[in-house]
Design a protein around this ligand. Structure first.
Ligand code: SAJ
Length: 403
């Protein structure tokens, strides 16, 4: 395989593992980020995020001299854009980071450069990337057509399993034109084990949004069941376990809501683009978001009989065994309860060392002091708790984490 110069724009949960992986495949990789602390950390061979085995991979990539980090890109064969695509308060997609990364690489692209957008993006964003590059680099157009290639290849890795999934997952690649698709497919085929499927850029964009919406809708179904079962006096976990014995039923697990920067965000890109027709997707979002207030109501109900209740919230992150707090329903619930019960709320989060917003309590102290224990995130420290330690406490288990 030819050794390539590759620039990865954005050194977050997707960009950093991707850059390191490409470096270990022998390519010369420059990771670019706007945050100078991130650049300094990675240049030392350290990392700024928590993901299993990422520290080892980054260290060996940096030590081998194949991975370096910088605030500025350089001329490369391949540019991978892996920057955040959040939404505004009114759910309008915010693609300014993608646009700005595109402008930053524009001076460094050449004829034959391959520009790949990996960020989850609203339909049409890859075409927008191409449009910006065309505008900024008219010198690279031949008979009005770009001599560079632009494609979308949405990242699909699951936080907690990123390094495995980065290599093994099947990938969807869609170019702005057939030659871009062909070039990007060949690139991914050379670096991943999973099968690579070719399509156009709009289908690839929609495909990613649909995958996450599919999961969000299915979790919403489970969350709705948990609310119904509470009213009907039915144990929802037992119900789902039994319903899933049917050969064509596979209900997911209810929880305190849906968090993370993906499932809680991406479906809105579809809803924003066609609010009238994206009815199911929007309702699923609303059902999942409403779970936060519903859990708080359950806590309030049980707290009523105490004069000064002590409530232990176990877990703050958006899912188990990670340190990511983005869009976390557990954090949202803890915040709301703290607004009402102030320091009567003890927050336990073994995966987060420092938390500026409020103090964290260690598990043993919280269990000892609490009248009410709210299980929010099934971290490994919590699921192996001896049931004896929960005895004589009110336990509200939002995600079926206690034995
Ligand atoms: N959750 C439930 N019940 C379940 C499963 C999950 O309540 O049965 C909750 C989790 O607790 C968490 C949220 O859903 O709050 C999302 O967790 P997740 O593990 O389902 O997914 P993410 O957000 O970590 O990663 C998703 C993945 N997408 C799909 O599975 C379709 C991943 O493959 C994507 O790459 C990622 O989004 C992304 O970056 O878009």
């Amino acid at each position: 395989m030819e050794t390539l110069d590759i620039c990865v724009m954005g050194l977050g949960y997707i960009g950093l593992p991707t850059a390191s992986l490409l470096a270990t495949k022998g390519h010369r990789v420059l990771g670019v980020d706007v945050n100078s602390t991130v650049v300094a950390t990675i240049s030392r061979g350290d990392i700024h995020l928590k993901e299993p085995d990422l520290d080892i991979l980054v260290r060996s990539a940096v030590n081998s001299g194949k991975l370096s980090a910088s605030l500025e890109p350089k001329a490369s064969h391949v540019f991978i854009i892996a920057v955040p695509t959040p939404h505004h308060a009114d759910y309008r997609p915010d693609i300014t980071y993608v646009e700005s990364a595109t402008r930053t690489i524009a001076p460094y692209i050449q004829a034959e450069s391959l520009v790949i957008l990996e960020s989850t993006s609203p339909v049409g964003t890859t075409e927008r990337v191409a449009e910006i590059l065309r505008e900024l680099r008219p010198d690279l157009l031949k008979n009005g057509k770009p001599t560079f290639y632009v494609a979308h290849c949405p990242e699909r890795v699951l936080p907690g399993r990123i390094l495995y999934e980065l290599v093994e997952n099947q990938r969807i690649v869609g170019g702005i034109d057939p030659i871009s698709t062909e070039k990007a497919v060949a690139f991914y085929q050379s670096v991943v084990n999973g099968e690579v499927f070719a399509t156009d850029s709009r289908t690839a964009e929609m495909c990613k949004l649909v995958e996450n919406s599919y999961r969000d809708v299915n979790i919403a179904f489970a969350n709705e069941l948990s609310i119904l079962c509470h009213r009907f006096g039915v144990n929802v976990r037992e119900l789902i376990r039994l319903a899933n014995k049917h050969p064509r039923v596979n209900i997911l697990s209810p929880g305190p809501g849906v968090g993370g920067h993906c499932l809680a965000v991406d479906p809105w890109f579809i809803v924003w683009a066609d609010p009238e027709n994206a009815r199911l997707i929007r309702t699923a979002r609303e059902v999942n978001d409403s779970k936060v207030e519903w859990v708080c109501d359950r806590v309030r109900e049980r707290a009523r009989r105490f004069r000064d209740p002590v409530i232990a919230c176990l877990g703050l992150t958006y899912k188990q065994d990670i340190d990511d707090l983005r869009e976390s329903p557990a954090l949202e619930i803890t915040r709301k309860l703290r607004a009402e019960f102030a320091d009567g709320v003890l927050a336990v989060e073994p995966n987060v060392k420092e938390f500026a917003e409020f103090g964290l309590t260690d598990l043993a102290t919280a269990l000892q002091k609490a009248d009410i224990i709210v299980g929010l995130v099934p971290h490994r420290e919590f699921i192996r708790l001896d049931p004896e330690r929960l005895k004589d406490r009110i336990v509200i288990d939002t995600c079926g984490m206690f034995k």
